[in-house]
Design a protein around this ligand. Structure first.
Ligand code: PMP
Length: 359
């Protein structure tokens, strides 16, 4: 029996995708072998890879002047990959700090560039995003970096900052494909796959082509966007199984009606759970309402001693992965694309019962 899995990533996958992968596992479409046993240079795998890219481009309406890369090293790899590919030694870059993942990106970037933190939401304990129009980006910044959705804090930008001519670079790991986004507003978008795109093992990078060719000579080949783009992301052996599974997930998103349909479903799921929290005196979520994440919903109970019993009782009821991140505690429900509304309904029913018994 499958549970409703609220894990933040690796995360729940669409059942249809798992069943399709299972059916194709031993003999992929008459090839006599599984995808993971094929040469990445084979005609078959090259087609799998190209179709995944084409589907991602179509879903996000990625303009022609952007390259799409499928690399390894996760979003964490790109915390270094961004400055190494976009700047020369001694350059400066602007960063917005909205929480844990922004802070990690900033720490890594400091190894390579002079970081200007142009906004830091510490006064609100990272429950806000900077007010629209408030960012002042120094002219010497090579780019402005922000984390579109903070997976731990549950804080999501409800707008896109305008940095003028300065390229906007974003970590979109936990929001990618959850709703339509105007790719043309960005210089670079990167996202680890293990939330809305598929299993772990891949990071997708969408780069405006005019930002290519700026990499430092010492950038590792596996992180060199230009070299990887020229080699169709296959300068070395890619994680072929993960790439194939991402392709199946993208096909599933298409079948669901694309990103407009995903956004409607995700909004409804988020409203259901935030509504339950806001109507109760028992549960709370500290995030400024306008900046509440549609994907990751952290919440607290009045007494921290009730957290472990909550998570254990939920687990017993088939609701898995609700413990908050180890750095912050509390609870967190990650409700990515593959979480059906029925799963969120089961969670809010459980929350209501738990409150009756413990409130
Ligand atoms: N950025 C964000 C917003 C994340 O949620 C995560 C992973 N949870 C990361 C970066 C790190 O990703 P990875 O583990 O793929 O390096």
């Amino acid at each position: 029996m499958r549970v409703y899995n609220f894990s933040a990533g690796p995360a729940t996958m669409p059942l249809e995708v798992l069943e399709r992968a299972q059916a194709e596992l031993i003999d992929w479409r008459g090839s006599g072998m599984s995808v993971m046993e094929m040469s990445h240079r084979s005609k078959e795998f090259v087609t799998v890879a190209a179709q995944a890219e084409a589907r991602l481009r179509a879903l996000l309406a990625v303009p022609e002047e952007y390259a799409v890369l499928f690399l390894q090293g996760g979003a964490t790899g790109q915390f270094a990959g961004v400055p190494l590919n976009l700047t020369a030694p001694g350059a400066a870059a602007a960063y917005v700090n909205t929480g844990s993942w922004s802070a990690k990106a900033i720490d890594e970037a400091r190894k390579y560039v002079d970081v200007h933190v142009v906004a830091d939401e510490k006064d609100s304990n990272y429950t806000t995003v900077p007010a629209e129009g408030s960012l002042e980006v120094p002219g010497d910044a090579a780019y402005l970096h922000l984390t579109l959705n903070e997976t731990i804090g549950g804080v999501e930008f409800p707008y896109l900052p305008d940095a003028g001519e300065i390229p906007l670079v974003t970590d979109a790991s936990s929001t990618m494909l959850s709703r339509p986004v105007d790719v043309s507003r960005f210089g670079v978008i990167y996202a680890g796959a293990q939330k809305n795109l598929g299993p772990s093992g891949l990071v997708v990078i969408i780069v405006r082509r005019d930002l290519m060719g700026r990499a430092r000579p010492e950038v590792p080949a596996a992180m060199d966007w230009t070299a990887m783009a020229e080699a169709d992301s296959m300068l070395n052996t890619p994680p072929t199984l993960a790439w194939y599974l991402v392709g199946l997930v993208l096909e599933w998103v298409e079948e669901q009606g694309g990103l407009t349909a995903m956004a409607e479903r995700n909004r409804a799921k988020a409203e259901l759970i935030y509504g339950t929290i806001d109507r109760s005196d028992f549960y709370s979520n500290p995030v400024q309402p306008a900046a509440r994440s549609w994907m990751n919903v952290p919440f607290l109970v009045p007494d921290p001693a009730l957290e472990k019993p909550f998570v254990a009782a939920a687990e017993a009821a088939g609701l898995s992965g609700l413990g908050g991140h180890r750095s912050v505690g509390g609870m967190r429900a990650s409700i990515y694309n593959a979480m059906p509304i029925e799963g969120v309904q089961a969670l809010v029913d459980f929350m209501t019962d738990f409150e009756k018994q413990n409130g």
